[in-house]
Design a protein. Structure first.
Length: 173
């Protein structure tokens, strides 16, 4: 990896860590600025730096740095929101893939596919965690409300803003 891609990966890791603390503290899924970072970074820097930056963020949090929205440590895999974190890393692939076309429509399309990845993993893990790890017996309909319908309007706004920003600044990087 070129030196600039290493720097970009480090920046993405830092942005993810900081964005976790810019939040509206809803339970069990807080609204954070992280989806904005997850959407914007692969649009600007590409798949590889975004994926590595997200993976490093995930590893640093799991080894104990309190950089997740609710802390850190290996026990975080038992948190209801852990699926969203995994989704953040994997979402960089479709977002970065579509971003290579450098058209506003493709930034938006890639971001929409990325949100599907994030929500697919996040909501599935939220359901499994609350029902089978925490034994709270919550219906899937309620999980969808908590983990999908509540944050979705905010994430669509983040997607639009990220797409426009990436469209305007992509050629500068």
């Amino acid at each position: 990896m070129k030196n600039n891609k290493i720097v970009f990966s480090a920046l993405i890791t830092a942005f993810l860590a900081v964005s976790a603390f810019i939040k509206i503290p809803l339970e069990p899924v807080p609204l954070t600025l992280q989806p904005f970072v997850v959407l914007l970074m692969p649009m600007i820097f590409g798949i590889k730096p975004a994926f590595i930056g997200g993976l490093v963020y995930l590893i640093l949090g799991l080894i104990g740095l309190p950089i997740f929205a609710h802390g850190g440590g290996i026990g975080y895999v038992l948190q209801p929101t852990f699926g969203y974190l995994v989704g953040f890393v994997l979402a960089s692939i479709p977002i970065g893939y579509f971003a290579k076309y450098k058209k506003l429509f493709f930034y938006f399309l890639g971001g929409a596919v990325g949100l599907i990845v994030i929500y697919g993993l996040g909501v599935s893990y939220l359901y499994l965690n609350l029902n089978y790890i925490q034994h709270k017996a919550i219906a899937f309909k309620k999980i969808l409300y908590i983990g999908f319908f509540t944050p979705l309007p905010f994430d669509i706004i983040k997607l639009i803003v990220a797409s426009v920003i990436a469209y305007k600044v992509k050629d500068r990087f």
